[in-house]
Design a protein around this ligand. Structure first.
Ligand SMILES: NC(=O)c1ccc[n+]([C@@H]2O[C@H](COP(=O)([O-])OP(=O)(O)OC[C@H]3O[C@@H](n4cnc5c(N)ncnc54)[C@H](OP(=O)(O)O)[C@@H]3O)[C@@H](O)[C@H]2O)c1
Length: 329
């Protein structure tokens, strides 16, 4: 019998890119999964979940909103594990406080508050981000190794107007303070940009960053990002719940590359595609840096090479008709 066969867990924001994979793997392992979505009647958001193996028998969709107090009480009640993944991730925001910071920060405390009301919850796995780790104003160069002891600085985030980064930093910080005070066990997963196949029919922000490159962009950004495969991220969440010795934070970054090198990989994989040739500015390239894999490896995470994730994403974008390759036009 698999580990999850007798256990009930819940996943918040289950319709999202990462959460959909967590739900898929949990069902595969035999767990009973209570999954929250904002609108269970929105077939675009739930159809792919209902079609997962095991969903008919063991998936229970429930309605919950991060901004409604007590909204998650009935979701977490009776669950041994809580995977809190719901949080807005997009860049085109008009009101950062209302659109990003409140749902991330108040929403996380709302979910944790529900956990504190029930004795069933043994561990929370919070989907945080490398955003809450790596932005503290310290220079990042190829020799610098970022690890789980790093924390992003809210003041730096505000100055740079990095609102998503700020939202994740404030949310994770508040979560740790809350669980320490209440004596609740929590582990955080801190992934970099997540890529790989989409289960959901809608376009998520990290997959959109690849779509932009293959969809006729003239330039690539002068930016350097870490990347990680969505299946590795989902597995890490489950390992963090199942492994009794898991604790603290786990950064997940397979590789850090400048966009120029990211485009190079795309060009090798898809030589016939029109890909950006030039950088968006004439400044020196933003340097790479390293992120430690030690803790993630100790958890049992195996890292899928970046090339595989890029290919999976492009193939998925084609299959879901977000992109038509040149030969098919
Ligand atoms: N993708 C990445 O590169 C990446 C990297 C590091 C960390 N993360 C973190 O991973 C998590 C999931 O990200 P994702 O990329 O999978 O994004 P996604 O596909 O956009 O999913 C976000 C989820 O959050 C839910 N949500 C947003 N606002 C909500 C609200 N007010 N109430 C309830 N649910 C709400 C969305 O629900 P609806 O479907 O109803 O909109 C959606 O299910 C987030 O915590 C994000 O910060 C993502």
């Amino acid at each position: 019998m698999s580990v999850g066969a007798t256990k009930t867990v819940c996943v918040t924001g289950a319709s999202g890119f990462i959460a959909s994979w967590i739900v898929k793997f949990l069902l595969h392992k035999g767990y009973t999964v209570k999954a929250s979505v904002r609108d269970p009647n929105d077939s675009k958001k739930v159809q792919h979940l209902l079609g997962l193996d095991g969903a008919k028998e063991r998936l229970h969709l429930m309605k919950a909103n991060l901004l409604e107090e007590g909204s998650f009480d009935s979701l977490v009640d009776g669950c041994e594990g809580v995977f809190h993944t719901a949080s807005p991730f997009y860049h085109d925001v008009k009101d950062p406080q209302a659109e990003l910071i409140d749902p991330a920060l108040k929403g996380t405390l709302n979910v944790l508050g529900s956990c504190a009301k029930t004795s069933s919850v043994k561990r929370i796995v919070l989907t945080s981000s490398i955003a809450a780790v790596a932005y503290n104003g310290q220079p990042r160069t190829p020799e610098v190794v970022v690890d789980e002891t790093w924390w992003s600085d809210p003041e730096v985030c505000r100055q740079m107007q990095m609102w998503y980064v700020l939202s994740k930093t404030l949310a994770e910080d508040a979560a740790w303070k809350f669980v320490k005070e209440k004596g609740i066990a929590m582990v955080t997963i801190n992934p970099a940009m997540v890529i790989g196949p989409l289960l959901q029919p809608t376009l998520n922000t990290s997959a959109a960053s690849i779509l932009n490159l293959i969809n006729g962009a003239e330039t690539y950004p002068n930016s350097t990002f870490g990347w990680i495969n969505v299946k590795d991220v989902a597995h890490a969440h489950i390992l963090a719940f199942e492994n009794p010795s898991a604790s603290g934070r786990y950064c997940l970054v397979e590789r850090i590359v400048h966009y120029s090198d990211f485009v190079k990989i795309l060009r090798e994989l898809y030589p016939t595609y029109k890909l950006p040739e030039k950088c968006a500015d004439d400044k020196p390239f933003v340097p790479t840096y390293q992120v430690s894999k030690e803790r993630a490896k100790s958890l049992g995470v195996e890292f899928t090479p970046l090339e595989v994730g890029i290919k999976e994403t492009v193939e998925s974008l084609k299959e879901k008709k977000f992109f038509q390759p040149p030969s098919a036009i």
